[in-house]
Design a protein around this ligand. Structure first.
Ligand code: CA
Length: 231
């Protein structure tokens, strides 16, 4: 079943869209402000995001740019207001895949969303940058404050899974699924061992003593970006 995130502060429009998508058999989450939308976009997996531009908290363009900077390529359909100061070019610049001007017909939205779901997200090959950490999935290259850090492929994938959601606690079960392709109730020891080896290589940063990897006891791990790594 495909799952969709709707980020729209007009409550009535959001609920019309939710009912329409659910009637088509899609799983739907709704956020009514930009910060909640960003939190969901980074912590859950969606097949597409319908994103209003004018939002309280964090506007749609900044939300979109932040999601892309985190290396997530979930297809995004932007909803823009007709007389808004924002234009479609700006939406596409920040990484949206398509846009629709309000008011729009539900049938047009449905067709555009179907097209995005068919196309799917682009491969996760975009460089991930968070604080002074840079991860290049292409060659599994990791640098912190400009200094290269040698990681194994598995360590790289684990660090990338955390770096795509900076500040968000990711459970050991979610990491087992995403990094090892194992059921989420598998023995978490393999995750703990790899986090320990990442810590030996990354923490604390020699110049500042800052730590990148934090433990949420009994839950999982969180990467908090650091900025003073020495370069
Ligand atoms: Ca709005």
């Amino acid at each position: 079943m495909s799952s969709i995130l709707i980020v729209e502060d007009e409550i009535s429009l959001a609920s019309v869209l939710r009912r329409g998508f659910e009637a088509e058999g899609l799983r739907v989450d709704v956020a009514h402000d930009g910060n909640e939308g960003l939190r969901l976009a980074l912590s859950e997996e969606y097949d597409a995001i319908v994103l209003d531009v004018m939002l309280p908290g964090l506007d749609g363009h900044r939300l979109c740019a932040t999601v892309r900077a985190a290396g997530l390529w979930t297809p995004i359909l932007m909803l823009t207001a007709k007389d808004s100061e924002y234009d479609e070019a700006e939406g596409l610049d920040t990484g949206a895949d398509d846009y629709l001007t309000k008011p729009f017909s539900y049938l047009v939205l449905q067709a555009r969303l179907r097209a995005l779901l068919r196309r799917g997200g682009r491969a996760r090959t975009a460089t991930i940058e968070t604080g002074d950490l840079v991860l290049e999935p292409e060659g599994k290259r990791c640098t912190r404050a400009g200094a290269e850090i040698q990681l194994t492929a598995r360590e790289f994938d684990l660090l990338a899974a955390l770096a795509r959601r900076p500040g968000v606690t990711v459970s050991k079960g979610a990491l087992l699924e995403e990094v090892w392709d194992l059921p989420s109730d598998s023995d978490p020891n393999v995750v703990e061992v790899h986090v320990s080896s990442l810590r030996r290589k990354l923490d604390p940063a020699p110049a500042t003593g800052e730590r990148l990897l934090h433990t949420a006891r009994g839950i999982g791990y969180r990467l908090v970006p650091t900025h003073g790594g020495g370069a």
